[in-house]
Write a protein of this length. Structure first.
Length: 137
């Protein structure tokens, strides 16, 4: 598998789809257990909170329905900014054509600033950092 094919494959595996997230959110509004969309979007703590709130209260089901609508009304770029952590923009800035150390360093600086601002977790930062460093190989 070439470097380019590997990058496309990794992108397909890690990129979240807003329609799938909306479907999971609507499913949580219908079935007795909500929160699966949060696990899918990489927010396991919120997923656990939704699961706990599903028992005995309609709060999680209502919130799931609202979030399902929100996911559908977001455009793709906004969804990517919120849940894909720049996966869409990283291949262009750190792709095979511009596979330079400076481009990767810039992408890592951007990720670090997102982490420092609290927009991504340490775990998410580490995942994206490893993806960027793998592109150097």
């Amino acid at each position: 598998m070439s470097f380019e094919e590997r990058g496309v494959y990794l992108k397909m595996l890690t990129q979240k789809n807003r329609k799938v997230a909306a479907l999971l959110a609507f499913t949580g509004a219908i079935i007795p257990f909500a929160g699966f969309h949060k696990f899918y979007l990489g927010q396991p703590l919120w997923g656990a909170v939704y699961l706990l709130l599903s028992w005995g209260t309609p709060i999680a089901r209502i919130a799931s329905a609202i979030e399902g609508i929100w996911y559908l009304f977001q455009d793709g770029d906004e969804f990517d900014r919120n849940f894909n952590l720049g996966v869409e923009s990283l291949p262009e800035s750190v792709g095979v054509a511009t596979n330079s150390v400076s481009a990767i360093a810039d992408a890592l600086r951007q990720l670090d600033s997102l982490r420092q601002e609290g927009l991504i977790s340490e775990y998410e930062f580490e995942q994206k950092r490893r993806q960027c460093l793998d592109r150097m190989r």
